[in-house]
Design a protein around this ligand. Sequence first.
Ligand SMILES: Cc1cc2nc3c(=O)[nH]c(=O)nc-3n(C[C@H](O)[C@H](O)[C@H](O)COP(=O)(O)OP(=O)(O)OC[C@H]3O[C@@H](n4cnc5c(N)ncnc54)[C@H](O)[C@@H]3O)c2cc1C
Length: 310
Amino acid sequence: MSVLVLADHDLGALSPATARVVHAVAELGPVEILVAGEDIAAAAQSASSLAGVTKVLTAEGQFAADSLEMLLSTLAVRYHYLVASAGSVGKDVIPRLAAKLDLMPVTDIVAILGPNRFERPIYAGNALQTVTSNQSKHILTLRASAFRAAASGNAAPIEPLDVSGISSAAKVIAAHRTQSDTPDLATAQIVVGGGIAVGSAEGFQLIESLAKKLGAAIGATRAAVDAGYAPNDWQVGQTGKIIAPDLYIAIGISGALQHLAGIQGAKKIVAINTDAEAPLVKLADIALIGDLFEIIPQLIAELDKTGLKR
Ligand SMILES: Cc1cc2nc3c(=O)[nH]c(=O)nc-3n(C[C@H](O)[C@H](O)[C@H](O)COP(=O)(O)OP(=O)(O)OC[C@H]3O[C@@H](n4cnc5c(N)ncnc54)[C@H](O)[C@@H]3O)c2cc1C
């Protein structure tokens, strides 16, 4: 049964989330990838190198959610599965596509149990639900962080699509970006997260220094984001990003349920907190009880002594 994956890409580069989605759906059937947008040649090349991909379709142009939905619905007839990662593009496009095709989407999938059985978290990640869908087609979003990435080394053909009839009611006027050379939060192996206790945007530079040292992505609680200490796209949790790193270092974070909903896939957790009773301290594999402003500089100094470079 054929699968079409909508690729995530940014600034010309394929997002690591796409390799994870491809690996997850490879068991459902031959996988084709759609790369749509501007400046997509390099992203299409990366997509074609992913194991399990049989063809890459490219659609050059500026696409907003409405025009992407239009494009996907014209392609839909050829596929049994239309899949995106549960990132901002997937969350924007997939519900529109499902409504257009009069199908129920299955969103936020964390495990594929069979051709029509999918597992997804509910109640802010406190329970897992198995959905059996008997629809003719499956419209899916996958939590990329829950899956391993497909290997590279493939060379699938790349086929440009004629998109002259596709237009959008929306026009992108400007993009305001957070400049960062840290890894992608949703797929990073190490994440260093800061809470409101960090105290200010300047205070977050301490978190950033530790993250840089470890080659880690930076996360934040909603309280820290709401206070303006950290940008919105760093928010981890129920209404932020879902992460599944090998190591999560949670600094001055209490561990409210809404935050824990975003870190359930973390394999090891280190909590740094003044409060030994904080929920995240109790959940952590290692807890350092003390003031973050003393512990973090000490940690950075110790890491410097080891000469660690990532
Ligand atoms: C609908 C809804 C959705 C939400 N979605 C999210 C979400 O996606 N993500 C999210 O994070 N939150 C979310 N929240 C908010 C959540 O409920 C908490 O308010 C938030 O996670 C708390 O953030 P915090 O840990 O930074 O702050 P606090 O809960 O105030 O905790 C601060 C912690 O820092 C410790 N501390 C203080 N000073 C120091 C120091 N000097 N050194 C070390 N430790 C120190 C304290 O002991 C405490 O444990 C949501 C809430 C709602 C209602």
